[in-house]
Design a protein around this ligand. Sequence first.
Ligand code: ZN
Length: 174
Amino acid sequence: MATSQPIAQLGHPILSKKALPIEDISSPSIQKLIDDMMQTVDKAGGVGIAAPQIYQNKRIFIVCSKPNTRYPNAPDMPATAMINPEIISHGSEQENGWEGCLSVPSLRGLVSRYTHIEISYLDRNGLKHHATYTDFLARIFQHELDHLDGLTFVDRVASADDLISESEWYRQYN
Ligand code: ZN
């Protein structure tokens, strides 16, 4: 049964580790991990979560974009598990955008991300997918992939001026 899990918070060593590729996608423990991550991100109201955020050092994340007040044009997609995900190529254009993170509560950071990326991943049945993501989806993918490489958005801001409290972010940008 899927269980919502506690979320690792900034400073915990698991968030700084490079996560390991998954070889046994069909195993009950990986299938349960996927279910738990889906449950956890849904309960927390996030648009994505990576396995290290629930203390699992594995290359898997969930992307679950839906329109919200911050991103009214965000694509509405079913929650998708992406295993051993990779960026195959990217365009040259980058864009600044404010990011939050379930592991960094109460803070927002201005982060530059590629606006066009070509990606691949394995789904929970082990099938390989290729896709082109733009804008918001591209941003989520890059944010989550960073978690698998031991980085959070705090590592990506250009300067400390690009970190603000969530309440101040709401006041200034909504
Ligand atoms: Zn995050």
